[in-house]
Design a binder for this molecule. Structure first.
Ligand code: ADP
Length: 320
């Protein structure tokens, strides 16, 4: 879709921005993965990049975590320029990758101790730091268990503790809830909130899951490498306004045109259903069914979701 208008809801404070990105673009050979992406993230925030597959989330994560270089645009983390001061940034970042980085044959504490030694921590300092973090992510009672006996959700919490051992100011996570069930995902989001508050860090994560994005303070929505919206979930949803009605079943362009003419609305045919934004959804549904009794099979309506924000801005369905 051309001439997208980016929704930008301003941040309240810019005084303590820990990540500042200006006009970041990235290409793999001829394929454009990121296109002029600009945003700021502040201390204490949990910021999520939401986008369907191929939208550029991993590329952005890999640039921020210094795995691939900045080739176009500017990225500053904690005031350091990522193009020239990578070394200064690296040990101030905590990074959680999609693929687990734990030795499953070692216990939780052994994994953390080993990792702490790599960062020059030892003795009582390391001991106390490990105890503190296990407490924060709620797994103190599993400290001496071998990692291989822990559930996927608990292993992820060990990864969080590991990434935080050296007290970074910025924690970056690539699809942290991938492969977890709903309960474990909620728990992980709660753990991130505890860490963001108690350690006063910035948490930046990528996700293709709408409810993970809902749990963030602010969300950046990516589509085909471009940032199409940035703001708090509620503020973004307020831009859609009213109710969203989804007409499912045998929907056609002809039905779409007929509804548009009759009710002065703008239906969008996307992902096999017709989507209509309107002010009073319950009255619209009543009138719709009365007007097209034989053509309307299933109708749902509700408050807008982040998926509706994505559809409104891009005209595409959000394919997870
Ligand atoms: P996401 O994490 O949102 O799925 P990616 O950052 O992985 O998105 O990919 C963005 C775009 O860049 C996609 O079109 C993808 O095919 C392309 N891409 C990603 N990695 C590579 C690579 N190593 N070589 C070529 N193209 C790539």
């Amino acid at each position: 879709m051309e001439n997208l208008k980016i929704i930008r809801i301003p941040v309240q404070t810019t005084a303590d921005c820990l990540i500042e990105v200006e006009n970041l673009s990235h290409s793999y050979q001829t394929r454009r993965a990121l296109e002029n992406v600009s945003f700021d993230v502040s201390c204490g925030e949990i910021f999520g990049f939401l986008g369907p597959n191929g939208s550029g989330k991993t590329t952005l994560f890999r640039i921020l975590s210094t795995l691939i270089p900045v080739t176009s645009g500017t990225v500053r983390i904690l005031g350091y320029d990522l193009s020239t001061e990578v070394k200064a940034i690296r040990h101030r970042l905590g990074v959680v990758f999609q693929h687990p980085g734990l030795d499953v044959k070692l216990t939780v504490v052994e994994n953390l101790r080993h990792h702490g030694h790599l960062y020059g921590l030892s003795g009582k300092t390391l001991h106390h730091r490990i105890a503190e973090l296990l407490e924060q992510v709620g797994i103190s009672d599993r400290a001496t268990d071998r990692v291989e006996v822990l559930s996927g959700g608990l292993q992820r919490r060990v990864e969080l503790a590991k990434a935080m051992l050296h007290s970074p100011r910025v924690l970056l996570l690539d699809e942290p809830t991938s492969g977890l069930d709903v309960t474990a995902r909620r728990q992980l989001n709660d753990d991130l909130r505890v860490l963001a508050d108690t350690e006063n860090i910035l948490v930046l994560l990528t996700t293709h899951l709408l409810d993970d994005a809902e749990a963030c303070n602010r969300v950046g929505i990516l589509n085909n490498g471009s940032l199409v919206a940035i703001g708090a979930p509620d503020e973004l949803k307020a831009q859609v306004g009213g109710d969203v009605v989804r007409i499912e079943g045998e929907v056609s362009e002809r039905l779409s045109t007929a509804i548009a003419e009759k009710f002065s609305v703008s239906p969008v045919l996307t992902g096999g259903h017709l989507r209509v934004e309107c002010e009073r959804g319950h009255e619209f549904v009543r009138d719709l069914v009365a007007t097209f009794p034989n053509e309307i099979q299933t109708v749902r309506f509700g408050r807008p979701t982040l998926e509706d924000v994505f559809i409104k801005l891009t005209g595409n369905p959000f394919v997870q």
